[in-house]
Design a protein. Structure first.
Length: 135
């Protein structure tokens, strides 16, 4: 289950940037095919058994240089979250780390795409450390 992320940055990070992050995480983790169900906190069907809970806090954000980033002449964007993956029933922390999304200077893109990097980072963690669950 992916819970809503908190922010140490207050209103500095626009919701247009943070809004897609949870959806991206769900999509990336579902692509691993390691779990019976991947969804948002509170949406899991009853009787699933062991459940992982993913929480995060946004800790760094730089929008980059706006127009320069848009036309690909510099100004990298960055969004970083401190992520915790825990056993939902016991609260035991199984993994804790940083995940970041970047918009590189040579890639024209929208700030909303910063969540893609966070989702991809978590997908890599799951593929590296988690054993498949019997279906």
């Amino acid at each position: 289950e992916v819970a809503s992320f908190d922010s140490r940055l207050g209103s500095l990070v626009p919701t247009s940037v943070t809004g897609p992050v949870g959806t991206r995480i769900v999509r990336n983790i579902a692509e691993t095919r390691l779990f019976k169900h991947v969804g948002f906190a509170g949406e899991s069907p009853e009787g699933l058994g062991e459940t992982l809970l993913i929480r995060g806090t946004y800790i760094d954000y730089h929008p980059g240089a706006g127009l320069n980033r848009t036309v690909a002449f510099g100004g990298e964007g960055l969004l970083t979250a401190l992520i915790t993956v825990s056993d939902k029933s016991t609260g035991t922390v199984l993994w804790k780390g940083h995940a970041s999304g970047f918009l590189r200077a040579f890639i024209a893109g929208k700030l909303e795409q910063l969540g893609e990097g966070i989702g991809e980072s978590l997908q890599e963690v799951m593929e590296k450390y988690h054993s498949p669950v019997a279906k």
